[in-house]
Design a protein around this ligand. Structure first.
Ligand code: 5RP
Length: 230
């Protein structure tokens, strides 16, 4: 089931189809789902940056957990009450972006190297809301699938993975080495299981549709609210 909400138009009523506008509209729609008293997981990336501003403007009494130092710093600078993810065992809602949204609702995430923390925050949330611009919707998921690997035994882990290469990025805030899987993708569920089963893989960037409550897609001047697989 899909809802469409007319969020707004550009100046003079001209439809705005700019990707940044789509990100902002999806993020602002997600911010409206947050209520006072909630604990909120904050994802990472340029779409989430719009969310942080929209949440801060609402001035709600909420407690936030950030999935990256960048999100933490920005959220705090905007006046949001953001804390470490310690002593909090459950989140009411986590809101995050994605790199790809497949037709069955599988996500590829981790373009910002934060997918391990993002998956933890998604799994801890009663409701996991994904915010994307329309260009993130794909007919079929494509590689690379981001990986976070343990440094110990790194070459053996890469060998077990097969077609995987290190990314030119600093280690994660948790000391993980970032890489990408470039092999055949096929069925995302099967690949997710295979990647998870390899010792040394801390986490991969495939997010199951079962984790996702809603996907808010900015499209032109509208936001489409979808459930995974719609
Ligand atoms: C970071 C992520 C981001 O959510 C993903 O890369 C989308 O980023 P953006 O909103 O900048 O397009 O998974 O690890």
């Amino acid at each position: 089931m899909e809802d469409t909400v007319e969020i707004g138009c550009g100046t003079d009523g001209v439809q705005v189809t700019d990707i940044e506008t789509e990100k902002r509209l999806a993020a602002e729609a997600a911010a409206e789902l947050v209520e006072a008293g909630m604990t909120v997981g904050l994802g990472t990336g340029s779409t989430v940056a719009y969310l942080l501003g929209a949440l801060a403007r609402r001035k709600l009494d909420i407690t936030c957990v950030a999935t990256s130092p960048a999100t933490f710093d920005t959220a705090r600078s905007l006046g949001l009450d953001v804390r470490g993810f310690t002593g909090i065992d459950h989140l009411d809602v986590t809101i995050d972006g994605a790199d790809q949204v497949g037709p069955a609702g599988w996500l590829v995430k981790g373009g910002g190297g934060a997918h391990t923390r993002e998956k933890i925050a998604a799994a801890a949330a009663e409701r996991y809301v994904v915010i994307v611009s329309s260009n993130k919707l794909v007919d079929a998921l494509a590689v690379p699938v981001p990986l976070e690997l343990l440094a110990f035994g790194l070459d053996a882990t890469l060998r077990a993975l097969g077609d995987a290469r290190l990314t030119d990025a600093p280690v994660s805030p948790d000391g993980g080495v970032l890489a990408g899987y470039f092999g055949p993708l096929g069925d995302p569920g099967e690949l997710a299981m295979r990647l998870s089963a390899i010792p040394g893989v801390v986490e991969h960037g495939l997010f199951s549709p079962a984790m996702v409550s809603n996907i808010l897609v900015g499209q032109g001047s509208r936001v489409h609210r979808r459930r995974p697989g719609d």
